[in-house]
Write a protein that binds this ligand. Sequence first.
Ligand code: SER
Length: 325
Amino acid sequence: MSTKTMKRILVTGATGQIGSELTMELRKRYGSYNVIAAGHRRKPSEKLFSSGPFEYLDVTKKGNVGKVVEKYDVDTIYHLAAVLSAIGEQNPQLAWAVNIDGLYNVLEVAREHNVVRVFWPSSIAVFGPETSRVDTPQDAVLIPRTMYGVTKVAGELLCNYYFIRFGLDVRSVRYPGIISSETPPVGGTTDYAVKIFYEALEKKRYSCFVREDTVLPMMYMPDCTKAAIDLMDADSSRIKCRTSYNVTGISFSAGELAAEIKKHIPGFECEYKPDFRQKIADSWPMSIDDSVAREEWSWKSTYDLAAMTKDMIEKLAKRFAEGNL
Ligand code: SER
């Protein structure tokens, strides 16, 4: 067991959609210089870059992960670096390398350097067409059709293995689509639920790449960062599941989201032109049963569709007015 006590946190994928906000939240809580942001392809925002340590890190290179963990004496890792579902279908080899080799490297380095705790996000993409799509339970069948989903199922099993075999305290949640205003997602299937806000404000029009009646589970960013931090803060005795917990926020159709946005931007028009991502969306659940997470570590989401939409539009409208979109 490690004797490390102080929190020195590494966030991989810190320039991504979740990482950019989770890093700032962790810096607020644990002190800016105790949270090391690591990014690879995307340039860090000025805010992320200037508010604490930043490292360029390719997680597929184990030696590099080890060097950063050593340099900062890291004891906690939030490993977010990943290729999402749509890009993963265009380049399955890259998805495997980043999502699986990257996770394996992080777990190995964590084991070798006595890292105390690791967070790694799984996804609703672990489910496939064999799974019942409404209120999908924690222990549902996992036969995904995307490479992204395959890497998430394999990753869950790998995390569970490292916990059982090496006692590494790895914790995970299966995120639904994440909606946020700070950094747009890249290459995911649920990206339409973010893009629609930007285009509604900028152009009052959006061409949506899934059908109007497509329902997927979603979550607003404050609930997303809360899920990660609540799970990481929970007492070990409460964490019974070491693959990954179902968590959810709000389920709605693309049409319902467009209608909610229209309440704030009356002239907004949305058209629907499904592309290859429709098939991916149709293989995922429409809603998720997260009662196990609620029971075991008191998980609870806070935003509904109306509150999320209002907050997204306020935040983006402000940035739009400042010329900062
Ligand atoms: N948001 C992800 C995607 O669309 C799902 O985890 O790929």
